[in-house]
Design a protein around this ligand. Structure first.
Ligand code: SAM
Length: 336
């Protein structure tokens, strides 16, 4: 019985994701945040027929996104309530429409791999760009905003697990719009901050960090980390959610560049979802694996694989540091 239930959940997983997507696209969680509502009120809000509204509500209740209250009213459920006002996760859920589309023929994707033109490879514009340093603002804006919105929980995991106060200067490589650096800067007012990303993204970071009052504390460098040397002078470098987007060969070259930019005794922090996390094997080996295949590059790696690559890149030693939410944030600290 348990096995058939588990198999049925795999079969119906797509339907569950579509139920969630419909709730998000119809703005149901925000609508129900104020108070519980009747089917008719919700049908008015969503502009669906009463029958379709009831169908959606019942599905959402069964998934604990919503709950049924007395007098035929519906309210937020245990899994829907945390989504209210959570712009990052809501945007992340919405953007999965592209992933579902790309994965609609999984065998074709498995056969053709990186040659397949997908929605996700267009969205993550650096994934298939021969000259990523030439990508303009319009093509980095959407992914950069989602990354900025979803970064804070990951940043807090890292900063709670690793104490940056012993360092003088941090360079965040692939640092996006600078949200990690601004959170670091709040915790460590004496630390100098630098960011390296594609020119269009580094320009966005400069603007955002300026607005956050960090204009005098942060240097933003634009470049292509597959081709350019990284700025020197930092005694700690971070790669937050960067390596998993790239193939092994590029990752090894990037790690060598990081090693070359660090002084002896410098430290590299790698923070990203990793494969093989006990109890969460599906996250790396199923979810990220298929998502990144659709994007066209990269894979979630086991910590042991990253240790081997770090060694090959010339790092003296590396260790895994546990974090509060290992499913979203694996953390490796490597000594140059
Ligand atoms: C998945 S995002 C992570 C951003 C940020 N670290 C975070 O966690 O929110 C990967 C970042 O790497 C940058 N990136 C990708 N390819 C790059 C390249 N060849 N050179 C420089 N930056 C690159 C992207 O522009 C993007 O900001």
């Amino acid at each position: 019985m348990r096995r058939s239930r588990a198999l049925f959940d795999i079969v119906s997983g797509f339907v569950y994701t579509q139920t969630l997507l419909a709730c998000v696209e119809l703005d149901l969680f925000a609508y129900l945040a104020g108070s519980a509502r009747t089917v008719d009120e919700i049908a008015d809000h969503t502009n669906l027929s009463r029958a379709s509204t009831e169908r959606l509500l019942n599905a959402a209740v069964s998934l604990r996104l919503l709950m049924k209250r007395r007098h035929g009213r519906y309210a937020l459920g245990a899994l829907g309530a945390p989504l209210v006002g959570n712009t990052g996760v809501l945007a992340l859920i919405r953007h999965h429409r592209m992933a579902y589309q790309d994965l609609s023929d999984p065998v074709a994707l498995l056969r053709q791999g990186a040659d397949f033109r997908t929605e996700l490879s267009r969205y993550w514009s650096y994934a298939d760009a021969p000259r990523p340093q030439q990508i303009d603002d319009a093509r980095v804006a959407a992914y950069s905003e989602i990354m900025a919105d979803t970064l804070p929980p990951v940043a807090h995991d890292v900063l709670d697990a690793y104490d940056l106060s012993k360092h003088q200067c941090l360079l965040d490589v692939g640092g996006g719009e600078g949200v990690f650096l601004s959170l670091v800067g709040q915790r460590h007012p004496a630390l100098q901050l630098r960011l390296f990303d594609l020119p269009a993204v580094a320009a966005r970071a400069k603007t955002r960090l300026g607005q956050a009052g960090f204009a005098n504390r942060v240097d933003c460098h634009g470049g292509n980390f597959h081709a350019d040397a990284l700025p020197v002078g930092a005694d700690v470098i971070s790669l937050v959610r960067v390596l998993l987007d790239h193939d092994d060969e590029s990752v090894l070259r990037l790690l060598k560049r990081v090693k070359a930019a660090l002084p002896s005794g410098g430290v590299l922090l790698i923070a990203e979802a990793m494969a093989g996390v006990r109890g969460a094997e599906t996250v790396g080996d199923a979810y990220f694996s298929f998502y990144l295949m659709a994007m066209g590059k990269g894979r979630a790696r086991r910590a042991s694989e990253l240790h081997q690559m770090l060694q090959a890149a010339g790092f003296r030693r590396s260790r895994e540091v546990s974090t509060r939410f290992p499913i979203q944030t694996g953390l490796i600290v490597a000594d140059a």
